[in-house]
Design a protein around this ligand. Structure first.
Ligand code: ATP
Ligand code: MG
Length: 470
């Protein structure tokens, strides 16, 4: 029994795994196959919608045109050709019934007057060799067939040579009959008109479609821009939901979401600020009371703790007040970085700053300054050399802060972004720090729609990279 149970389980799992693998493989293959198509297809909603509208119109017109050409045009041509060849057959009959030369002139005149055909009776000379056909002409085939059926004599035709005339020669018993007919006598010439009409209607339809599409797509683009700005912490101007019902719903949902998020942030900020403020009042009272107590080791330690708590609260307030009330404005980031570097040098650190690209970027100046300042402060605390490099390119502002300190081990690189998280207390216990520098910096970067990442610096210490869409 045990073996049975053992055996019944694995195959099932094996089957599932195989099935999953098969599905994954099919998906990958499909993706590989459709990649060229996906690359060629335009990415924008506007272009895609146009294609969705144009393709059926063009296909429909092509099919209609094909059927029209194939059926109607060919039938009309066959009809006209049969009549023309019938007329020629009548002339041939007359020529054979009245084979005198005097009758030829009369027959030629009648053909010209009544049938619109230019007829000449030539001496019996051999027919010219078949003219080379530059391309396949269905007209030739139709005429040839009709002549063989209705007249049944050797003939020669030229439908290509002269522009609006076709020439037919028929070998009679002792003459050669040459007939010049107008091209319009053999087929319906209105194809160009038909195609032009088709193209014009397509263009008109397309123009109408573009106008309507623009009106439908504009609200989507407005919504996209609003969501994008909101994500980057930029002010979002109010806009009225417009367009199709679903787009209005999306816009309304975005408005609601924005309000909820803003309310939540306001609430959080107000609460943190309130708590910090209340605690600070109590701490101030503590400090006053400690000042009144006689100095001792215990009292000194208590005072130290109170100072620590005070500092933490300051940091917390800064964290909570993060980027309150500040709107992004075009700021000279290169100058901002230089100022911070200068301040660092004044306090005795080797801080080198550089910047490449357009220095004017839309950021919240106070918040961004605090962010970079926190990073330079950390680097200067842990290392002796600090390199700050800014780069503005491809719609992105990147600032890296490198130092030659001990760095942060990879497994701690995410944890240090937690509020109050400090690495290795022994390392910098003596240093004042609350563990809010990095969380505040990340908060600010994220409020700009960007982020902060840590990695190892080529200078031996930590590299902090701030990226902000610009
Ligand atoms: N450049 C750096 N090199 C090595 N370790 C660092 C560096 N920057 C930060 N750290 C480590 O990450 C921890 C968190 O840094 P964070 O800036 O958040 O707090 P802090 O510097 O200790 O205090 P605060 O910035 O609030 O005064 C620090 O305790 C420190 O151990
Ligand atoms: Mg710090």
């Amino acid at each position: 029994m045990a073996t049975m149970a053992d055996e019944s389980n694995p195959p099932r799992r094996g089957f599932r795994a195989t099935w999953r693998r098969l599905i994954l493989r099919t998906r990958a293959a499909r993706r590989r196959l459709t990649r060229p198509v996906r690359r060629a297809v335009p990415k924008g909603l506007y272009a895609r919608s146009l294609i969705i509208i144009i393709t059926p119109v063009v296909l429909l017109q092509a099919v209609v045109a094909f059927i029209f050409m194939e059926r109607v045009w060919q039938q009309v041509t066959a009809h006209l050709t049969a009549r023309l060849v019938g007329d020629i057959a009548a002339i041939v009959d007359m020529l054979e019934t009245y084979p005198q030369d005097a009758a030829f002139a009369e027959i030629t005149r009648i053909a010209d007057d009544r049938l619109g055909l230019n007829v000449t009776v030539l001496p019996p000379e051999p027919l010219p060799a078949a003219a080379p056909k530059p391309f396949f002409t269905p007209l030739d085939q139709v005429i040839s067939r009709e002549i063989s059926e209705q007249i049944g004599k050797p003939f020669w035709i030229d439908t290509v040579g002269r522009s609006n005339l076709i020439e037919i020669r028929i070998k009679l018993d002792d003459h050669v009959l040459r007939v010049l007919a107008r091209r319009s006598q053999t087929y319906a010439p209105n194809t160009a008109l038909f195609i032009a009409g088709m193209v014009v209607t397509s263009v008109v339809l397309l123009a109408i479609a573009i106008v309507f599409l623009r009106n439908q797509i504009r609200p989507i683009l407005t919504l996209t821009a609003a969501v994008d700005n909101f994500g980057k912490g930029r002010p979002v101007p109010d806009f009225a939901p417009r367009g199709a019902r679903e787009v209005r719903q999306a816009a309304a949902a975005f408005h609601d979401m924005r309000e909820r998020v803003e309310r939540q942030i306001d609430q959080r900020t107000a609460m943190l600020a309130g708590v910090s403020h209340d605690l600070r009042t109590v701490l101030t009272r503590f400090r006053l009371q400690l000042a009144l107590i006689e100095e001792s080791a215990d009292v000194a330690a208590l005072k130290n703790d109170v100072d620590d708590m005070n500092r933490m609260l300051e940091g917390y307030l800064a964290f909570a007040g993060g980027n309150l009330g500040e709107d992004p404005v075009p700021t000279d980031v290169a100058a901002l970085i230089d100022d911070l570097g200068e301040a660092g040098r004044v306090s005795g650190r080797d801080v080198r700053c550089s910047f490449s690209g357009d220095p004017i970027v839309r950021v919240r100046p106070q918040g961004f300054k605090r962010c970079i300042d926190n990073l330079i402060g950390n680097a200067a605390r842990h290392g002796t050399h600090v390199v700050v490099a800014g780069r503005h390119a491809d719609g992105q502002l990147t600032v890296t802060v490198d130092d030659n300190g001990p760095g942060i081990p990879f497994e701690e690189q995410e944890a240090v972004f937690k509020p109050f998280y400090r690495l290795d207390d022994a390392r910098d216990r003596d240093q004042s720090g609350t563990g809010l520098g990095l969380p505040i910096a990340r908060d600010i970067a994220r409020s700009h729609g960007g982020d902060i990442a840590l990695s190892d610096s080529p200078f031996g210490g930590l590299r902090v990279t701030v990226t902000v869409p610009a």
